[in-house]
Design a protein around this ligand. Structure first.
Ligand SMILES: [Zn+2]
Length: 302
């Protein structure tokens, strides 16, 4: 026997359809919905950032050979952007974990709280946390016969501007950009970075006992080798064996043990324990930027 729904149910269904599919349901709406769903699907990846969904979709379309994890990682690394093209100004320049590079700038007038390193530790000033950590590191090195001295620590916006402008009189901009930051983009302006013993490739600092000591021990004091060999495509800078950045012990150990640049560490969503302990926001529409840690030691495909 042929079954049919009672009329009142049929009318209810019709009303429901009419309510959910109003007259303005033009053909483009499903496409928009598909696009929106495609974009939100990026959030299934633990290190996807809610404010970059459109960029993931665009980068995936331009690079169909990449898997989704690689798309998210590369966009998190800003590899879909041209260096210095429309950079962000960082939200919290005084954060000890602030990322400053060719895509992230400090405000022009930002000056951190500073402390002089002291005559026994070389020249310049750093943020108190970084200054204290550097002195402890230098003291420990000295006990093993290694001398570590600052040759350049905090640099103001205007100092960096003069420095970069001078390089531009000697080198083409493409070349200058591989070893000198444009003003506002220098880690030295954070007061958390310093050059140790030299700042010249001619000295081959990478072949010295001091460099070997730093590579092994810097993370214990919260410092990372910021511009390592083989990372130029990510950091934007050639190998600088003398340039160290204070990020705190936990992050420094994660970066140095896993051979990650700071950009990679952040792009993978490897946030410290205390930040993960913060309960996630209840609304699914506003997930935290890095809600879950990625398994330690996961290989990175770039
Ligand atoms: Zn430097």
């Amino acid at each position: 026997m042929r079954k049919s729904a009672p009329w009142h149910i049929s009318i209810s269904l019709l009303a429901a359809v009419c309510l959910t599919l109003p007259a303005q349901a033009a053909p483009e709406l499903p496409a928009q919905q598909i696009q929106a769903e495609l974009e939100t699907s990026w959030l299934e990846l633990p290190n996807a950032q809610a404010d970059r969904l459109e960029r993931y979709t665009l980068w995936a379309a331009r690079n169909p050979e990449l898997d989704r994890e690689t798309v998210v990682l590369q966009v998190n690394l800003d590899l879909d952007r041209t260096p210095y093209d429309n950079p962000r100004t960082v939200d919290d320049p005084s954060s000890l974990t602030v990322l400053v590079n060719k895509h992230n700038a400090l405000p022009r007038d930002y000056v951190p709280e500073l402390e002089t390193l002291g005559a026994d530790y070389g020249s310049g000033s750093l943020r108190p946390e970084a200054a204290q950590a550097f002195r402890e590191m230098a003291d420990a090195a000295r006990e093993e016969g290694i001398a570590l001295r600052s040759v350049s620590a905090y640099r103001s916006y205007s100092y960096q501007n003069a420095l970069y402008s001078r390089y531009l009189t000697q080198y083409r901009q493409n070349t200058a950009d591989t070893f000198s930051a444009r003003p506002g983009h220098s880690e030295h302006q954070t007061g958390l970075a310093l050059d140790i013993n030299t700042a010249s490739t001619r000295d081959h600092f990478e072949n010295t006992p001091a460099f070997a000591w730093l590579k092994e021990h810097c993370a214990q004091y919260g410092f990372i080798l910021r511009y390592d060999q083989g990372k130029q495509d990510i950091t934007g800078y050639r190998f600088e064996p003398w340039h160290y950045r204070y990020v705190g012990v936990e992050i420094a150990q994660a970066c140095m043990e896993q051979g990650l640049s700071y950009e990679e560490y952040l792009a993978l969503g490897l946030t410290p324990q205390e930040e993960e302990a913060v309960p996630p926001a209840p609304e699914p529409e506003t997930p935290p930027l890095f809600p879950f840690p990625i398994a330690q030691g996961k290989p990175i495909a770039l």
